[in-house]
Structure formats: C-alpha cells, structure tokens
Design a protein around this ligand. Sequence first.
Ligand code: KIV
Ligand code: ZN
Length: 537
Amino acid sequence: MAERLYIFDTTLRDGEQAPGYSMNLEEKIRIAKQLEALGVDIIEAGFAISSPGDAESVETIARSVNDVTVASLARCVKKDIDAAWNAVKVANRPRIHVFLATSDLHLEYKLRMSREEALERVKENVAYARSFCPDIEFSLEDATRTDHDYMCRVVEAAINAGATTINLPDTVGYASPDDIRNMVDNVINRVPNIDKAIISMHCHDDLGLGVANTLSGVRAGARQVECTLCGIGERAGNAALEEIVMAIKTRPDLYDLEMNIKTEELYRSARLLSSTTGVKIFPSKAIVGDNAFAHESGIHQHGMMANSLTYEIMTPESVGVVKTNYVLGKHSGQHALRRKLEEMGYVLPDEEVANLFSEFKKLCDRKKNITDRDIIALVESTEQPEKKIWSLVSYVVNSGNKMTSTACISLKKGDKVYEGIAAGTGPVYASLRAVEKIIHHPFSLEDYQLSAVTEHRDALGEALVKISDGEHTYRGRGVSTDVIEASILACLSAVNRMLEGEVSSITGGDSAIKMSFDNDMLVGHTDKEAADANDND
Ligand code: KIV
Ligand code: ZN
C-alpha cells in the first residue's frame, strides 16, 4: 500500500506574516474552514505568543474545525509553549510547533548561543511541550545551512525529548534539490531513532526552488510537506500547496504516495484566498491561474481537439476549474441560479442564494450573457467578510478631458445617509476623496488595480485597492459593470476593514480632513491641476 504524505498548511502563519496578506479573525476562520474542506492534515493557525489577536485566532480556529490538526508556532522557550498550548488545547487534534535555529550563523549572530546551549534548550523545551501535548513538531530553523553532524545530534535529542515530527526548513530559500536530498539522506541514515518521527520539509522560494526542493525532500523520504495556498509567505513566499499536490498526483511514477487532499477544492481555495486578501492570482500561476488551462495557440488547439493528452497533463476539472454548459440570462429564475451554483460547487444556504439572486438580477439588467466567471465574481463579492460599516447608496460622477472631475457620493451608516462632494483630477480620485470626506478618517491610497473579469465589452470590472491609515494597510475589492462603482465599492471594503473595531463618530463638517491621496496616481495631470483640484475641496 502506498505511504501517506501529510499536508501541513501554513497559509495562516507563514503566509499571513507576509506584507499585504494580513487577515482579520473572520477571514482566517473562513480560510481555515476551506482548508479543512480541501483536506489538509494540519493547519498552522498562527503564532500564539506574537499578539493577543494571534492567540485568539489560533484558539478560535481550533474550536471551528473538527477534522484537522491545529498547530501553533512557539519559540523554544516556556512562555511561548504555554501560549501555544493554551491556544490549541481546545482542538480535537492539537499540535505545538517548537522551533530553534541551528545553523552556526543564526546561533552566533541571532541567538548568541553555543551549539551545546542550543542542544540543551531543545531537550528541555521539547520535553516541556510534550508534557502537555502528544503531538510535537520540532523545527531546526535554517536547517539547510546547519552542519550535518550537529543536525543529527539535535534531531536525535528532539525525538528523545518527545518530538513526533522533525521539520528541516530551508528558511532562506538557499538550498538546491541536491542539497535537500543529501540533508534528508543524512538524517535518515545517521539518526538512530528517526523511525519514531516523521520528517517534514518547509522550503522558501527565494531562488524559485521552493516546490522543487520540497519534492526532492519527499523523494528522499520526507512524509510531511509544509506549504501555503498560492505560495504566499515571507519574501518570495513558501512552496505552493497546489503545485506540490498536483505534482505528486500527476506523477505517481515518481511519488507513490497517498494524500487526503480533494484536489477539486484547489481552485476554490486559491480564489477564496485571493478574494479575502484582495491580492490577485497571477494569470500564469501554475494550477490555479486563469491561463493555467488556456490553449491559445492554433497548434495546441489542434492537438487538444485530436487528443487532449497532447497538451494537457491534468484536467481543469481535477483542480476544480469547472466549465458548465448551462447558460444563465435575464429570464433565469432563482432555481436556475441555484442549479448553476451547485454545478460550480457552491452549495449555499437559501438566504445566501436569495441574496445572490437579487445581485444576479441587477447584473442581468446591465449585461446580456452571464458567464461562469461572472457568477464566481458575484459569489466572491457577496461573501466579503468585513463588517459593512459604510455602504454605498448612490453616486454621480462628472468627468471629461477639459474639466476637473467631480464626485457626489451618498453613503449609509446604520440608518443614516451622508453625502460628500469632492473634486479631483480624475473620476476615481474625486470619488475616493468624497468617501474620505464622509467617513472623517484620512487614508492614503497605496495601490489601485483595475481589470476585467471576462473578455467582452460588457465585462464586469474588478477594482482592487490598498489604503493605509499611516500604521496599517487594508485591502478591498469591488466588482461592477461600471468601473467607477467597482472602485468606490473596493474603497469602501478597505475602509470598512480599516474602521472595524474602531469607534468612528460622525460629527459633520469636512474642513479638518487630511487629504492624503498619493499624487502618483494622477497620471497625465500636472501638479497645478492637482493643486486646483485641492482648492475646490
Ligand atoms: O522558515 C522557517 O524556518 C520557519 C520555521 C519557523 C518553521 O518558518
Ligand atoms: Zn518559513
């Protein structure tokens, strides 16, 4: 029988640590539940000691999922282990993940510790963690730059102290696939008690080798892989879960291993991450990018028609990219929408379908043919988890090449409607200023992207914005057939994330607002025009 490969997902810890990917509690729970549906074996839910917010999210995730191990990271010290255990102990299957750097470089310059001191620390703290929890992972941070003899001593000591998984990370993404194979061979051949633990790989992608290195470790005998959805993570990221999984599934001749992953959930998991964080999936991203299964060239199309195996090594359906034949339009009813959603794998409660149906009807008034991608965009825009503190009531925007753009926007908060008027050197600029005036909370625009969801003229426009209040950045996403509306919706989604948790009071008047939009976005306009626009406020 094939051996089992365990999938350890660290999207919510190593991934979330990366700039631009921070998530609130509700968002993390949503991702965790999708990871459970995907069938990962272990979810690393956070680093409990790092903040009370992280501890709360690890604990809430531990309560919210059933059929998956929940891990918290901990440095090799008692207070971290206590915090990790307090957060994960409510899980059906808790794990404490303890780590300590073992390369001479890290020991000398970061930890200022000798090899012997580090070894003692490992013995003491792994045993301490094991006194609470039967499932202990120990990671030798910077393993790929650690002396092999010393590595064997640390691994043996950690297993003797109670570690059940030994992780050998390529922390800085420095190793080659050959280095990884040698490292794993070394541990398997020289650590006498290695049969009592599972070896794990955790490879960063600084040289673009994260997945290749992980797979090399698997070939050498590692039976756990640590990865993130779409490879998000520190710097160049971590090894991408969907790539590792599909490489193993597509090449059983190389990897005769069983996994618990339902590969049909891969696309949806990646989309959920993207719609939650507002970070688009790169079109040519392997497995889940929009172009991953697109065959544009004539030669490829010809081959595909003759026999799909000519150019297709896996089917789009196998990763959850479903092309339905069932077209929806203006005359389709709620029942038809539900059927379509189910065909696409969305089984939603009645209330959500009813909600979507009213959005769908609005879309039908603006767009003749509703494609599968439109439906996905609708589902994603209605499932944004931020609290709707402010919502859009109406907007009027005037713009032209011989005038200063103006925007008049009405927003609703509670049952009150507020209006803001602003001018700007472009319609988006004017609209965002009007929003800023109404909410009485300055923010700067750090990033703005606009794209079409589908290819036709009546396509839905998708706007992604990143705003900053000076301390944190917040992302938002908006979808509409009108790109100005999409931009306002994206801005409001980011604003609501920014204001969540804050008590914002509306006092009326607008003169005190700091206008802080980045003038970089005023492409093609002079400073004088921007100044004139400011004068109009
Ligand atoms: O990259 C790394 O070494 C880590 C460890 C904490 C596992 O993320
Ligand atoms: Zn890492």
